[in-house]
Design a protein around this ligand. Structure first.
Ligand code: 5GP
Length: 202
């Protein structure tokens, strides 16, 4: 019997540094994989189907909703995004730790559907710093930045029901904090019992 895989949900407002933190986590924990979501959004340059997302038509997505194929799904910025139930089930039974980068609505739905997931919210150190980070990306117009800031206020309110909150001031510190959470979760008694039984023949 493999130990049950960890399902780690990470949410954050745009600009909080979630992508880099997830990347650091995957480098640090070789047993950890990124969950690949389904989306109706079109691929951006360089994105690969089956690697970044499963890119599907709105019809296919709706059919999956009707078939109860999703553990959670949500509309984000006008596109549909969803996590397949089979992705979570397979990782859990195979003992693979999974990280899900999903929005607050999806995370909340998951909390109602699936037991024993771990919810982590990443915050920027301040609204001023969030704005500075979004502006330094220089890829977005001022209108888009203002929209993201407005949206962030609503998202940050959701942080209260997550299991852990990390304030991402310095990437190194935030990565350490996130890693500590994963390590603690991997040492939960129910994940250790098989190993203990083998070691001590009990
Ligand atoms: P992007 O289109 O930039 O890749 O992602 C936009 C947003 O969709 C991000 O905030 C990300 O967290 C969210 N997202 C990505 N995959 C999923 C998913 O499977 N479910 C939900 N609820 N949100 C997702």
């Amino acid at each position: 019997m493999k130990r049950e895989g960890i399902i780690l949900i990470i949410s954050a407002p745009s600009g909080a540094g979630k992508t880099t933190l997830c990347h650091n986590l995957l480098k640090r924990f070789p047993n950890m994989k990124e969950s690949i979501s389904y989306t109706t959004r079109l691929p951006r340059p360089g994105e690969v189907d089956g690697v970044d997302y499963f890119f599907v038509s709105p019809e296919t997505f709706q059919q999956m909703v009707a078939d109860d194929a999703f553990a959670e799904w949500a509309e984000v910025h006008g596109n549909m995004y969803g996590t397949a139930l089979t992705t979570l089930e397979k990782a859990r039974t195979d003992g693979i730790d999974l990280v899900l980068d999903i929005d607050c609505q999806g995370a909340r739905r998951l909390k109602e559907q699936i037991e024993r997931c771990l919810y982590v919210f990443i915050l920027p150190p301040s609204m001023a710093e969030l704005r500075r980070r979004l502006e330094s990306r220089s890829s977005d117009s001022q209108d888009v930045i203002n929209l993201r800031i407005e949206r962030a206020t609503g998202e940050i309110r959701e942080a209260r029901w997550y299991d852990y909150i990390i304030i991402n001031d310095r990437f190194e510190t935030a990565t350490e904090e996130l890693s500590s959470i994963v390590i603690a979760q991997s040492r939960k008694t129910f994940r250790m019992l098989d190993q203990v039984a083998k070691l001590f023949d009990i």
